[in-house]
Design a protein around this ligand. Structure first.
Ligand SMILES: Cc1cc2nc3c(=O)[nH]c(=O)nc-3n(C[C@H](O)[C@H](O)[C@H](O)COP(=O)(O)OP(=O)(O)OC[C@H]3O[C@@H](n4cnc5c(N)ncnc54)[C@H](O)[C@@H]3O)c2cc1C
Length: 494
């Protein structure tokens, strides 16, 4: 990785040669496998005889880096990754703890069906381990405290979740707006729908926690059609979305999820330019697109936009984007992102008491606290998703409120943490506008068709564009593969 912008290379090596080879691999449907063979016979560097790169990728999150890695594996070397931040990984971020341990304060879990990110991890030789959930969860409500063995679930009612799973069959994950029931389903929020399910008042907070964690917003703000498309991704089974066991929160990465991006960036070397936000894009409808960055201009034939749709709004386009695409970007919810905390203890002492380190709080700052210790439990780490408005932003005050709450749950040992990290994604920098997109009712009906079609030489990528597991790390990786294929095919035809 470099922070400076090296001049674009100008060579006369046979670009056509790798394009042809890569096209064969892409057509065979197995880019990651096929390109290794392509690479062997193809030239290592593509032609940029006019100072114009073949591809510029915006964003060094999982999507952008996966796309870049695929291009490199395909033998295409005429590309650059432009990243606004001074680090890679985007919405994945490791908090480094003394002793070489990490705890993730962004995206962290994967689960069944998330094969793209799992494959990537295998290729990068990143190991995985199971999320810890053995023992009882503590439920806190008012002054009350209860211990319950949820057996790796959130305890949501099986009859109601079964109905959601059933309804999701009619809502294609990658194109919810194509559901035959779009008119009926996209009118409602998940909250509207739940209100008709006779859920007991004492069970409502469990549903609120489950949906807020999976979808990024309270049920009242989440479109039913969108939520059903998420369940459709999870093999049309709500329990594969919201639980730990056999579900999307089942597995963690050794070394933390950001390690995937760090490893990819290392392989890409100085093709990744940090601290280089793209501010403006002009000529996207012409053969050569010009990108204005804080470190000068970059020109490229194709541009992969591997950033959140709402962040595309911060880029100035000349000419303006077609109205349908512009409207999608304007309307995309860009609410305050999540806040995730990590409290570090010498040991996971709660495990000795038969507790799993999980807390669900009925009303209060903690939505869900969970054991995020390293694989061997050498130290104890409790991470928590918290309600920003209910926890002071001042870190010492926040830490003190949380330790007292943890002491209520697990005893006085909780009052003596050795470290604390507080990651409020709405502060620090403007590059995370939302964590997972909570799409409101009506959005997909109005804007869905504008999600993926390229605009001129701009190819839309990033997890939000994935056909399955959109919003997840897996979706990001899938969207990166998809974008690199689109680019390789387009360049081949050019
Ligand atoms: C708190 C939290 C918890 C989550 N939990 C999970 C989880 O457990 N499991 C899971 O699968 N997913 C989870 N997610 C979601 C997951 O992290 C994301 O889906 C995934 O990382 C998105 O990858 P991406 O590459 O599409 O986008 P990003 O990671 O957002 O990457 C986009 C990159 O583009 C950069 N950028 C933006 N604008 C510009 C610009 N103009 N110029 C240059 N660069 C720009 C950004 O800085 C960023 O690095 C969570 C996210 C958060 C924040």
């Amino acid at each position: 990785m470099s922070e400076k912008s090296p001049p674009e290379k100008s060579t006369n090596l046979p670009r056509r040669q790798w394009l042809k080879a890569a096209g064969v691999a892409a057509a065979a449907g197995g880019l990651a496998l096929g390109v290794r063979q392509a690479n062997a016979g193809a030239a290592n560097t593509a032609s940029t005889d006019d100072g114009v790169l073949d591809v510029a990728i915006i964003g060094a999150g999982l999507a952008g880096l996966t796309a870049a890695r695929d291009l490199q594996l395909a033998g295409c070397n005429s590309f650059v990754v432009l990243e606004a931040r001074d680090r890679v990984g985007g919405r994945t971020l490791n908090y480094n703890i003394e002793g070489g341990y990490v705890s993730e304060v962004g995206g962290q879990w994967i689960g069944p069906g998330q094969t793209a990110v799992a494959d990537l991890a295998r290729q990068l030789e990143v190991g995985t381990f199971p999320t810890y959930y053995d023992g009882k969860t503590v439920i806190l409500g008012g002054d009350g405290r209860m211990e319950i063995d949820l057996k790796g679930t959130f305890g949501t009612d099986e009859a109601v979740s079964g109905k959601l799973s059933q309804l999701s069959r009619d809502v294609p994950s990658g194109a919810p707006w194509k559901s035959p029931k779009v008119g009926e389903l996209d009118k409602l929020s998940v909250g509207d729908w739940l209100a008709k399910q006779n859920i007991k008042p004492e069970d409502r907070f469990g549903w609120n926690a489950s949906i807020t964690l999976s979808g990024g917003a309270m049920p009242a703000k989440m479109g039913l059609l969108h939520f059903l498309s998420m369940i459709n991704s999870a093999d049309r089974d709500y329990s594969q979305l919201d639980s730990i066991k056999h579900s999307a929160q089942e597995t963690r990465f050794i070394g933390g999820s950001q390690i995937l991006s760090i490893k990819m960036a290392k392989q890409l070397g100085d093709k990744v330019r940090l601290s280089t936000p793209v501010r403006a894009i002009s000529g996207w409808d012409r053969d050569v697109v010009t990108l204005q960055t804080d470190h000068g201009e970059v020109r490229a034939r194709k541009v992969i936009m591997a950033i959140h749709p709402a962040l595309c709004q911060q880029v100035q386009f000349n000419p303006p984007l077609p109205e349908k695409r512009a409207a999608l970007q304007r309307a995309w919810p860009a609410h305050s992102p999540a806040r995730k905390t990590a409290m570090v203890y010498r040991r996971p002492f709660w495990r000795d008491k038969g507790l799993n380190g999980h807390i669900i709080q009925a009303s209060g700052p903690v939505i869900w606290a969970f054991d995020n210790s390293p694989p061997g439990g050498e130290i104890g780490v409790i991470n928590a998703f918290v309600v920003n408005a209910q926890l002071p932003s001042e870190q010492d005050a926040a830490k003190s409120i949380l330790t007292e709450l943890y002491a209520r749950a697990w005893g006085h040992e909780a009052l003596s943490p050795v470290a604390y990290h507080d990651q409020d994604w709405s502060r620090g920098d403007p590059w995370t506008i939302t964590c997972v997109s909570a799409i409101p009712p009506g959005f997909w009906s109005a804007h869905g068709e504008a999600l993926r079609p390229p605009c001129g030489n701009l190819i839309w990528s990033g997890t939000e564009t994935a056909e399955i597991w959109a919003g997840y790390m897996d979706g990001a990786v899938r969207s990166g593969h998809q974008a690199s294929l689109q680019v390789l095919n387009a360049l081949r035809r050019a």
